[in-house]
Design a protein around this ligand. Sequence first.
Ligand code: FE
Length: 345
Amino acid sequence: MKNFALSALALVGAGTLSACAEESANPAAPATGEVNIYTSRHYDTDLALYEDFTRETGIKVNRIEADADALIERIAAEGEFSPADLFITVDAGRLWRAEEAGILAPVDSQVLAERIPANLRDPENRWFGLTTRARIIIYNKAKGAPEGLDTYADLADPALRGRVCMRSSSSVYNVALLASIIAHEGSDMAAAWAKGVTANFARAPQGNDMSNIEAVAAGECDVSLVNTYYLARFDTPEKRAILDKIGVIFPNQGTTGTHVNLSGAGVVANAPNRENAVRFLEYLTSDKAQGFLANGNNEYPAANGVAPTSAVQALGRFRPDPLRAAEIGRNQARAVELFNAARWN
Ligand code: FE
């Protein structure tokens, strides 16, 4: 299992010389002008960010890319000999799992405390949100928005029987949403919601957010739930024609606010280059870096006062759910249980 995780790792050098974090794995070596990033973000645009940081500070960025859980497992296995300085991933649940695995250390930084809103970071400052994405309702425009559909709760209304497409409940995006419903309304209401939505499925859960957008556009079902940035990926003339068939609803605007998940980062407990890691993390919250991060994948900047400039702006302004992201982490295991009980596969 562990070997599989290790062999699945992709080693990528961010600089012009292909640099590999393994080279700095000697625990006896003093901290150098480097920072070693273990990331499950894999957007090419993030590369520009690493290069910019190096240009500004002279600190070289080495990065290892892999699936978040493989990285957590690897950092835990490497223990005090881990070259990892900074862990970056998407999903509040994964950040919480990293925290629970004990691989992250608190960072006492005034910059981070001021830049990142309290609900988008760990109360004990072991991880910090960098960008957010909203999970919104989409509907088929030709069929029209189902009457009275403006909350997540409405998706469980029997009026939608046979009209809802969803991806699997194993998706962390769905787990995080249900975890937020547990936090707001309690387990019983959340369980009833999962059952109600499952009863409304037009077909067995399948595909990803992209294919569910296509299914709604094609009229295979009337509504679905997707992350905002996927809509921005329909950016060629052909894809634009698909997107034109889609209407969007930011749910819960009159109640809890629209559920948002985040991408974020935490400094590793045994970071050999801790100072550089904190510096890089602080840099990631700067206006410039927030622009790189958010625009690269069409997300919303997490930092205070940074306006979104990416394509998702065209979807409109909305009120996000101010729930602490840590609550999503805390409730994720329960959410998985409720999905299973509802047979939302
Ligand atoms: Fe995604």
